[in-house]
Design a protein around this ligand. Structure first.
Ligand code: FAD
Length: 518
């Protein structure tokens, strides 16, 4: 017999296996000898009160053996001679579109402007150390897309959009730890992601797919409102009938291209703000009610904050405990910050985007002349402002949190994880009022919710501008662009995803749509 039950342990109860068996025996009123195994299905931390608990959902096997370790299998077949589906972009959406094509018996031909994960590292070094931004190889572009050098947080709210478990099992199949199937807030870490992405590449090639790096798509040939070919930067053309466009939200050239070709696009609401960085021990002490070091059984603490300020949401986004702030610009002349962390989340800083909802219909009238691209132009202007106020390099403008809220220039700044460095700047007056004033009220409210959060020991760093796409590429019920037959807008760039897992699920759905009737 198998019984699924909820158990909890405290930090003092160390040997988890034994403790869970003892607790299961007591809870079910069954002698320990009759319990052959206790398998953990889900684990979360409850730190709401001063005693911290681990909550477990477990399967208890009574007088029957537990199943052997599950093998995660996918029905990949040789597609080397099959019909071709072209996929532009090898981020999570493109990768999972390609894998799904193989399962469905179609041959994915992937075109990716960036480099493979290994060669991409050099360009990340160049942006961090020498302030040089390569427009095709950076924290957003290259093998694995924006998800590779990230935190690898896998939490998603898009549960209705697809099978989250299937994506997680596929990540395990490609080398992620099984822990991601159990943790309530799973993450992989930037040190583990490149190998995983490489394993996905190897699966695609092994079964007959093709991946072309440093291959940038610059145009489409469209005849009678149907895709006929993809035009590459070297001028060559590739015949293509079904194209999954998974170029991410930073591929502005793709939005300009579609707009110039009069292909319908829509402006979409999005969010922008700053990244705030605290010493990790401050967040630990608030969340775990401790002084000094957190208990070694506990992971670096995270937080999630939200506040309504003057009819707009102000909220934390992509919080990275024990992580680093990174320069995520995709072109020279702009400063964009984002966050990532290693699997152990053992860096000394906790950073998070704190952003303000921007309603494109109500908030940015000055940009109306840009039509569907008004949000994008607004985003660009803010990134340029960050560049000039940061000193025209990848050095980012920053302020102590308390100075930002009180409207004072900071005489000096706190230590930071941001490698290109920070420059003191009056972000409180530089940011548009729409964002700046709401952020200031938001931070004050967050300080009330988390005592100790509002501190001079934290920096705010500008700007966090790439939270989601400011443009939507429309699609019909078949996930095809309503005006262009054979074009399937996909993932975050289309406006259909907001993170690694939702982009991966959308990639699978687009692959299914692209092969339908082909
Ligand atoms: P992308 O990942 O943006 O991939 C698009 C790909 O298309 C890129 O590789 C790009 O090079 C390629 N491309 C663009 N234009 C062209 C062209 N013209 N020709 C050929 N190729 C092209 N999300 C989470 O869920 N958890 C996290 O912890 C997390 N951390 C992040 C940390 C950082 C630093 C960043 C930048 C993002 C993070 N995100 C995180 C967001 C997440 O990475 C994205 O939501 C996700 O990668 C979107 O997937 P995508 O495939 O739609 O697009």
């Amino acid at each position: 017999m198998v019984r699924n039950i909820q158990l909890r342990t405290t930090l003092l109860e160390e040997s988890v296996d034994d403790i869970l068996r003892k607790k299961a025996s007591k809870y079910l009123g069954i002698p320990m000898e009759e319990i052959s195994a206790v398998n953990v299905l889900r684990k979360s931390i409850d730190a709401r009160k001063s005693t911290i608990y681990f909550n477990y959902k477990v399967s208890v096997y009574i007088n029957e053996p537990a199943p052997k370790n599950k093998e995660y299998k996918f029905d990949y077949k040789d597609v080397s001679k099959a019909k071709k589906i072209h996929i532009i972009g090898f981020g999570p959406a493109g990768m999972y579109a390609a894998l799904r094509c193989i399962e469905l018996g179609y041959r994915p031909i992937v075109l990716e402007r960036g480099k493979n994960v290994k060669d991409r590292r050099r360009d990340l070094k160049a942006i961090n150390r020498d302030h040089i931004v390569n427009e095709d190889s950076n924290y957003c572009f290259g093998e694995g897309g924006a998800g590779t050098y990230s935190d690898g947080k896998l939490y998603t709210r898009s549960l209705k959009r697809g099978d989250v478990r299937r994506i997680f099992e596929n990540l395990v199949f490609h080398g992620a730890t099984e822990q991601i199937l159990i943790d309530a807030h799973p993450h992989i870490g930037t040190n583990k992601l490149p190998k995983l992405v490489q394993n996905i590449r190897e699966t695609i090639i092994k079964y007959g797919g093709e991946i072309h790096f440093q291959t940038k798509v610059v145009d489409f040939t469209i005849v009678n409102n149907a895709i006929k070919a993809i035009v590459l930067q070297d001028g060559s053309e590739m015949q293509a009938e079904r194209v999954i466009l998974a170029t991410g939200h930073s591929a502005r050239d793709i939005y300009y291209l579609l707009n110039n070709k009069n292909i319908a696009l829509q402006a979409k609401s999005f969010a922008m703000g700053v990244r705030v960085e605290h010493p990790q021990h401050i967040i630990d002490s608030i969340q775990y009610h401790c002084k000094g070091q957190r208990n070694e059984l506990l992971p670096a603490a995270s937080y999630s904050l939200v506040e309504q300020v003057k009819d707009r949401g102000v909220y934390s986004f992509c919080m990275c405990p024990g992580g680093f702030i990174v320069p995520a610009a995709t072109a020279p002349g702009e400063v964009v910050v984002n966050g990532m962390s290693p699997s152990k989340r053992n860096n000394l800083f906790a950073n998070s985007g704190i952003v303000v909802e921007i309603n494109v219909d109500l908030d940015i009238h000055k940009y109306e002349q840009h039509g569907a691209l008004k949000g994008l132009e607004y985003q660009k202007d803010l990134e340029r402002l960050a560049f000039t106020s940061g000193g025209r390099t990848q050095t980012a403008p920053a302020q102590r949190l308390t100075d930002f809220v009180e409207g004072k220039l900071s005489n000096d700044l706190n230590p930071t994880s941001y490698q290109p460095g920070l420059k003191s700047a009056p972000l409180h007056s530089l940011l548009p009022k729409l964002i700046g004033s709401r952020l200031r009220s938001g931070f004050t409210a967050f300080g009330e919710k988390m005592k100790g959060y509002y501190t001079a020991e934290a920096n705010v760093v500008g700007v966090e501008s790439r939270t989601s796409s400011p443009v939507n590429i429309p699609r019909n019920e078949n996930l095809e662009h309503p005006e262009i037959k054979g074009l399937f807008p996909c993932g975050e760039g289309g406006g259909y995803a907001g993170g690694i897992v939702s982009a991966a699920m959308d990639g699978e759905r687009c692959a299914e749509a692209a092969v339908a009737g082909f």
